[in-house]
Ligand binder design. Structure first.
Ligand code: CMP
Length: 136
């Protein structure tokens, strides 16, 4: 069954720095995702730690939070049919080396850390992540 959903997308510092924002937005738009809201911000390490708290027990947590707060990011609300899964398909696997051809991470990702984009992994996390950036 299909339904209109919203999901959160982040264009990470590596992609903002390389001027890939418009190219990545085009991929979403071409694939029927509407960008309902978008803003360029820079967050503190504490905010990154709060955003990624589901990963706090992981060995890469500290590095992940340092990285997300290292430069400007673009946060967006994407809307469309099955937006959560569609966005994840468009992003490709977390590790760019394992991502399929023509996915954002295959095209632009540099490493598992600098993998250019983040996307919510479920509807419930999408709601939390949208609230985190847009309802504060
Ligand atoms: P993201 O989808 O933003 O969610 C958590 C991030 O942790 C992930 O993308 C990766 O960029 C980063 N990360 C770093 N190391 C790992 C790892 N070993 N496994 C999974 N994610 C990792």
């Amino acid at each position: 069954m299909s339904s209109t959903e919203q999901t959160l997308s982040i264009i990470k510092p590596d992609a903002v720095e390389r001027n890939l924002v418009e190219k990545i937005k085009e991929i979403f738009k071409k694939n029927n995702l509407v960008i309902k809201d978008s803003k360029k911000i820079q967050i503190s390490k504490e905010e990154a730690a709060d955003f990624y708290k589901v990963h706090q027990s992981k060995p890469f947590y500290d590095q992940l939070c340092t990285y997300l707060s290292s430069g400007p990011i673009v946060v967006m609300i994407l809307q469309g049919e099955n937006a959560v899964i569609l966005n994840r398909e468009l992003m490709g696997a977390t590790n760019p080396k394992e991502a399929k051809e023509n996915t954002i991470r295959k095209l632009y990702g540099i490493s598992i850390d600098k993998n250019s984009v983040h996307g919510s992994d479920s509807n419930s996390n999408a709601k939390k992540e949208i609230d985190f950036f847009f309802k504060h």
